[in-house]
Design a protein around this ligand. Sequence first.
Ligand SMILES: [Zn+2]
Ligand SMILES: [Zn+2]
Length: 87
Amino acid sequence: MRCPICGREFKNVIGLKVHARTTHFGAKCPICDREFAKPHSLVLHLKNKKDSDPKHLVLFYLLRRGNAGYFEGRERAIELLRRGLRI
Ligand SMILES: [Zn+2]
Ligand SMILES: [Zn+2]
């Protein structure tokens, strides 16, 4: 599956998550260009918007800490990644 931000290809979602957290984790939202004081605020922003916008949902899934934890919308985020959603 591909990184929705830069298009780089990964064998699995775990590799993609590691890439996203090391490469695209910052203090600015790549979807709406909003800037934040710290990267943690970006994750909270993604969490707040994830129910109303699929791109924020996918990015929340990729940038949140940990690989195993369940949250509502996780399966949908993975499905959108499989379909090749681009941000
Ligand atoms: Zn990327
Ligand atoms: Zn945003």
